[in-house]
Design a protein around this ligand. Structure first.
Ligand SMILES: Nc1ncnc2c1ncn2[C@@H]1O[C@H](COP(=O)(O)OP(=O)(O)OP(=O)(O)O)[C@@H](O)[C@H]1O
Ligand SMILES: [Mg+2]
Length: 276
């Protein structure tokens, strides 16, 4: 379980001004949850993600990953937290440490002292899933933007961390690879219900991605503005607009048709209704 208790983060920028990026957030994210986080630019999404794996620390309040507190004065605990919480960023360039794509994916597994055969199979699966087989022997810096992002994702996923946080990783991906990434998230999520529970957090600007998850949290000026089932929240056009979020197209259509008194009770009926 990921636990935030009255967490505040204040940044001091170069001009000496204090900026509250996270403002008194309390929440629980349970094992097996798939959470989408949305919110306007500067609402605190990345700060939230960085708090979860000890890249930054709260100014006040506490963050815990399972039974381990995320605190700056306990380096051993931070290492443990980094192992449990995998993170994929928007810009992967600074994440690479190896000379080839294949070695980059294997890097974390080698550090765990994993058996060669198992390791090879896992790396091959990732190369195939993220369409990196032809780039296997290339240096990470030779890759295109999209390939780099896929490599960053593969290198984190291969470790099978208990918590996975994606901070807008799809921003540089094309439609096909965005779909592959969503599929990878769903595979992990469904695998989770039968096996070790994985917890997924996907920070995104694409509301349709929220429909794949079972909880949507909207941040606004460092606070939780909305928190609930995505299929319910995405029907509330007015509050969403305030937070710079537009519902997916079928939700907009549903809202519009309801306003015009069409006898629909759910978005799914849009695809079934003989009257349309
Ligand atoms: N290192 C920093 N120093 C000072 N202020 C910062 C720092 N990092 C973030 N901020 C400020 O904190 C607020 C929250 O930033 P954060 O990056 O968490 O937002 P975000 O929701 O991820 O935004 P985006 O949609 O642009 O990725 C913003 O006002 C930002 O300018
Ligand atoms: Mg961000």
């Amino acid at each position: 379980m990921l636990t935030f208790d009255d967490v505040t983060v204040v940044y001091n920028n170069v001009s000496g001004q204090a900026k509250t990026a996270i403002d008194g957030i309390s929440l629980r994210i349970r094992p097996g949850e798939f959470v989408t986080i949305m919110g306007a630019n500067g609402s605190g999404k990345t700060t939230f993600a960085r708090l979860c794996n000890g890249l930054i620390f709260s100014t006040s309040g506490s963050v815990c990953v399972d039974d381990v507190a995320v605190r700056p004065d306990d380096p051993k605990a931070i290492l443990e937290i980094r192992r449990r919480v995998g993170m994929v960023f928007q810009n992967p360039d600074h994440q690479f440490v190896s000379t080839t794509v294949e070695r980059e994916i294997a890097f974390g597994l080698e550090n765990l002292g994993m058996e060669r055969e198992v390791m090879r199979a896992r790396v091959a699966e990732m190369l195939a899933r993220f369409d990196l087989e032809s780039a296997r022997m290339k240096a990470p810096h030779q890759l295109s933007g999209g390939q780099k992002q896929r490599l960053a994702i593969a290198s984190v996923l291969v470790m099978q961390p208990r918590y996975l946080i994606f901070d807008e990783p799809a921003a540089v991906l094309d439609m096909r690879h965005r779909r592959a990434l969503m599929q990878a998230m769903l595979d992990l999520f469904h695998h989770a219900s039968t096996n070790t529970p994985h917890t997924l957090i996907n920070i995104t600007q694409h509301p349709e991605e929220a429909l794949f998850s079972n909880r949507l949290i909207v941040l606004h000026q460092g606070k939780i503005a909305l928190d609930g089932p995505p299929e319910k929240l995405l029907l509330q056009e007015d509050p969403l607009a305030r937070f710079d979020i537009r519902p997916p197209v079928e939700f907009s259509a549903f809202i519009r048709l309801k306003k015009n008194k069409f006898p629909l009770t759910s978005v799914d009926e849009l695809f079934l209704s003989p009257i349309l």
